[in-house]
Every structure is written in structure tokens, then in C-alpha cells.
Design a protein around this ligand. Structure first.
Ligand code: SF4
Length: 184
């Protein structure tokens, strides 16, 4: 087990806007968890991974983020104490479970932050048909890059004539570890 002990756990409202209905929390760790970062990045689709400074950023659903440092877990955007604790439990389990399986995982050193909207756009039908609910393919590409939607939200991409584009887009996204996370 890589992460055995949380030394300290602090939960607070953001100082910049204490009226916000979200909580932030920081857990200080006894152990250095940085060796698991490239494996977590591969399995969970890290939003940003700074290998030199050992910082891994995970983007979850509904504006929630988890930032991992070697001896710290910071959670932003939980609705309440219960959700904050559930997220800490979830990421703690992921760290230990993925560490146990690391021999079967190809570590990843790239991240979704490297995805480029223009590269995504080039691989879309580019008809601006609005079937995805966005006014343009560019707006859809930007939302896709942010991990807010999936390829299934563009119905024309399923058409046979766009098969090559769809497969290239899928490969491009996966090369950056793209995955929409939905932890809780
Ligand atoms: S459904 Fe696809 S082709 Fe149509 S606007 Fe959205 S991204 Fe473009």
C-alpha cells in the first residue's frame, strides 16, 4: 500500500468568495505518493501532469478538481463535507489500487492539457449543423477539449463517411489520456 496515513485534513470555504456554495480541502500525507502519478495519469486521464514538479491535476465532473502533490491532496469544488470526504476516500483508493496494478499499466507522461482545439476541429465534420447543441463545430471542439462532452454528442460523426475522421479523432484524444471523469 503506497498511501497509508493522512496526517492532517483541513476543509474550508474559498477565501476569495466565502459566499460560494463549495468547499475546498487539503489532506497532508505521511508518504510520498509521486511514484504513482504516471500510472494515475494513465488510468484516470489526468488533465495536466507536470512531471518535473510532480503535480498531477485531475478534472472531475461539475467543476470539481483534485490536485496531487507528493505529500498533499487538494480537492476543490465539493458541494459539502460529505462529498469532500467521499472524494478523498475515492482518490485514496485509486492511488493504492492503481499502485498495486502498476506492473500492468503503461505509465503516461502526457496530459489532456496538451490537446489543441484546432486539431480537434480539423477532425470534426465541420458542417456547423448544431445537432450537438452547440452553435458551431468550434464550440463543440472547445467543450470536448474541456472534457465536458463526449464524441457521442456529435451524431454526424457516427456516419460512415466520417469514419476516418472519427477514428483519427479518437486516437488523438486517447494519445493525451482523454477521458471524462465522473468520480461520485
Ligand atoms: S453535431 Fe458535429 S458536425 Fe454538427 S455542429 Fe456539432 S460538432 Fe459540428
Amino acid at each position: 500500500m503506497l498511501l497509508q496515513k493522512i496526517k492532517n485534513y483541513e476543509i474550508f470555504r474559498p477565501k476569495c468568495d466565502a459566499t460560494k456554495e463549495v468547499l475546498h480541502s487539503i489532506a497532508l500525507l505521511e508518504e510520498d505518493i509521486s511514484p504513482v502519478f504516471p500510472y494515475l495519469n494513465a488510468e484516470l486521464g489526468g488533465w495536466d501532469y507536470d512531471q518535473r514538479n510532480q503535480v498531477l491535476l485531475l478534472k472531475l465532473s461539475e467543476g470539481k478538481w483534485i490536485t496531487l502533490h507528493p505529500r498533499e491532496i487538494a480537492i476543490r469544488g465539493a458541494r459539502d463535507l460529505e462529498e469532500s470526504q467521499a472524494l478523498l476516500k475515492w482518490i485514496t483508493e485509486q492511488i493504492n489500487e492503481i499502485w498495486e496494478r502498476r506492473d500492468q499499466i503503461q505509465p503516461r507522461f502526457t496530459s489532456q492539457a496538451g490537446l489543441k482545439v484546432m486539431e480537434i476541429l480539423k477532425l470534426l465534420p465541420m458542417t456547423n449543423c448544431k445537432a450537438c447543441g452547440y452553435p458551431t463545430c468550434m464550440a463543440y471542439a472547445a467543450a470536448l477539449r474541456e472534457g465536458e462532452i463526449s464524441l457521442a454528442d456529435c451524431p454526424p460523426l457516427r456516419e460512415e463517411k466520417y469514419r476516418e475522421k472519427r477514428e483519427k479523432l479518437q486516437a488523438y484524444l486517447e494519445s493525451y489520456g482523454w477521458r471524462a471523469l465522473d468520480a461520485v
